[in-house]
Design a protein around this ligand. Structure first.
Ligand code: NAP
Ligand code: HSE
Length: 432
């Protein structure tokens, strides 16, 4: 005889947990019809029971004692929505060892420990689903795991952090202030508990590690992903980029050449007519190039309570149906250990360089010599505003394809020139 109720234990009742609790409650009948039996909240773990909650829970359900949820025999699926590594990892692994299924939105845990969690789950015959961990409500994990399995994935280009895309869009369109815009993103529930992870590209690096692991069927961990954040971008960069015909986006890029994967997150100049250049606000977009399908675009809200709730509840329904039908599907994820990571120093791309220099004859020649000696060819050079009092000028250079290691040497050598007051910014230019 099948189960009459699938019990859900939720760890965390913040932006996402609150949304999940409200949908489990308000769409109770719809979900029961989908699953074939009732789906009921059996326990909710928080840090502070007294905190006001967006969704009211029945008395006795909410607790600060993890054991009340994790050891509750009525809980079939543990839904981890606390974030961070500790204690989320311990609770996930503990629940798997007790043969509980897991749904999580935790990209940090999945990027650092995903392969070992999935192996433990497979050994225990339970499911671990994590659609919400990347791009919130935009389906990308399931397509990589299921719909694209007949393909070889060639590359991934994505905007996968809603907070930074929201900040960059407002800086570009309104000249908005960075700190004020970040505060708005936090207020809207887009940012991580520690927004450093968003603005330094760490959150996007976690998500890229998860996607690259699934796309290339190999273990790409968080430490394998090169990352730079958006804090060095200024209004001058947005102005110059726009004049040159580019948008500035925090891009996450992964590709595999032979056995070597390269995964990187950094700000990039993207030609204004490319699709990703037009993805604004909290929206995310992931372009996957695969050998059979060609290019695919996954696009939609990449953060926020309800879009994330949508993905979490879909994973709950997926597992609940299997629990109700007593049929857990075998894991189809075999990961190769033999990956080589191609370091960022081996990248070849074009670069935008913004310098503040002395405004006198011969400056361009000195800058050009540094670049020329390193085989970096300048495609265009524009001298922008000059400050007559300070006798300084702003120089904006665009290069042809150049090597990253040569560019890093060039930056040090330019900084050492008397005529260069500051290397304001160097941004990679991406066209694919
Ligand atoms: P949040 O608003 O900060 O909520 C975190 C919740 O977890 C809070 O209810 C907190 O309890 C609880 N919690 C944290 N540490 C705990 C601990 N040690 N013991 C017990 N309870 C603990 O976070 P969120 O935005 O909902 O994000 C949750 C997860 O979803 C994260 O992994 C995040 O990366 C991911 N995610 C978020 C979004 C988004 O747009 N927000 C989108 C996709 C994925 P109190 O309420 O009592 O403090
Ligand atoms: N802080 C994350 C973002 C939440 O801004 O994209 C969604 O994962």
């Amino acid at each position: 005889m099948g189960k009459s109720t699938i019990g859900i234990g939720v760890l965390g009742m913040g932006v996402v947990g609150g949304g999940v609790a409200s949908v489990l409650d308000n769409r109770r009948e719809q979900l029961s019809a989908l699953v074939g039996c009732a789906v009921e909240l059996k326990g909710v773990l928080v840090r502070d029971v007294a905190k006001p909650r967006a969704h009211q829970l029945p008395a006795g359900l909410i607790t600060t004692d993890p054991r009340q949820v994790l050891d509750n025999p009525d809980v079939d699926i543990v839904v981890e929505l606390m974030g961070g590594q500790d204690p989320a990892l311990e609770y996930i692994l503990g629940s798997v060892s007790q043969a509980r299924h897991i749904v999580t939105a935790n990209k940090e845990v999945m990027a650092r420990h995903g392969p070992s969690i999935l192996t433990a789950a497979s050994e225990k015959g339970v499911q671990v689903l994590f659609e919400a961990a990347v791009a919130a409500g935009v389906p990308i994990i399931a397509p990589l795991l299921r719909d694209l399995v007949a393909n070889e994935i060639i590359d991934i280009h994505g905007i996968i952090n809603g907070t930074t895309n929201y900040i960059l869009t407002r800086m570009a369109n309104e000249g908005a202030d960075f700190d004020a815009t970040l505060a708005d993103a936090q207020e809207l529930g887009y940012a991580e508990a520690d927004p450093t992870n968003d603005i330094e590209g760490i959150d996007a690096a976690y998500k890229l590690a998860v996607m690259a692991t699934l796309a290339f069927r190999t273990k790409v961990m968080d430490i394998d992903v090169y990352h730079e954040g958006i804090t060095k971008l200024t209004s001058r960069d947005f102005l110059h980029a726009s004049e040159l015909g580019y948008a500035i986006k925090l891009l996450a890029i992964a590709d595999k050449v032979g056995d070597a994967v390269q995964a990187r997150v950094h700000p990039a100049l993207v030609p204004q007519d490319m699709m990703l250049a037009k993805v604004d606000g909290v929206l995310n977009a992931i372009e996957v190039q695969a050998d059979l399908t060609g290019k695919l675009l996954f696009h939609g809200a990449g953060a926020g309570s309800m879009p994330t709730t949508s993905a979490v509840v879909a994973d709950i329904v997926d597992i609940a149906r299997n629990v109700a039908g007593n049929s857990v599907p075998p894991s189809n994820l075999a990961l190769s250990d033999s990956v080589t990571i191609r370091p960022i120093s081996e990248l070849e791309t074009r670069y935008y360089i913004r310098l503040t220099t002395t405004d006198r004859p011969g400056v361009l020649a000195q800058v050009g010599k540094v670049l020329g000696d390193l085989n970096i060819s300048v495609a265009s050079a524009i001298q922008k505003e000059t400050d007559e009092v300070a006798q300084s000028a702003e120089l904006v250079l665009m290069t042809h394809l150049s090597s990253e290691s040569a560019m890093q040497t060039a930056i040090s050598q330019l900084e050492a020139l008397d005529v260069v007051a500051e290397v304001g910014n160097v941004i990679r230019v991406e066209e694919w």
